[in-house]
Design a protein around this ligand. Sequence first.
Ligand code: THU
Length: 133
Amino acid sequence: MSADALFEAARAAQAHAHAPYSGFKVGAAVQGESGAIYAGCNVENAAYPVGTCAEESAIAAMVAAGERRIAAVLVIGEGQKLVAPCGACRQRIREFGAPGTPVHLAGPDGVRNTFVLDDLLPCAFGPDHLPPK
Ligand code: THU
């Protein structure tokens, strides 16, 4: 599946990032199993630890829309270095994704590399580890 629509959604959200403290704007987009795309950006706070990641807000938008499965993820950062999801966001993606879920890493120029979630979070802890309720 082409990542073009994810890229455009993430780039549009990145433009709205609230990153006055780091100066580092990030956008993210997740595709639900319905095919719909949900975007988010990082939202920093003067109380630094309260800030949220772009992936976090994109996933929250997906869940708020009633979806529970992530089919694909794209993250866009600034600069030359590849921007990959932080450790906590890898775990957030794990909650709704699968080991084979593609995670596209992009810069302003487009997608630079693509991993699957299992590459980024091997031997992951997930919902399957918990006893059924
Ligand atoms: N950030 C994200 O939003 N996602 C990532 O994958 C990496 C980091 C944000 C958090 C913070 O607002 C800024 O980038 C610098 O760490």
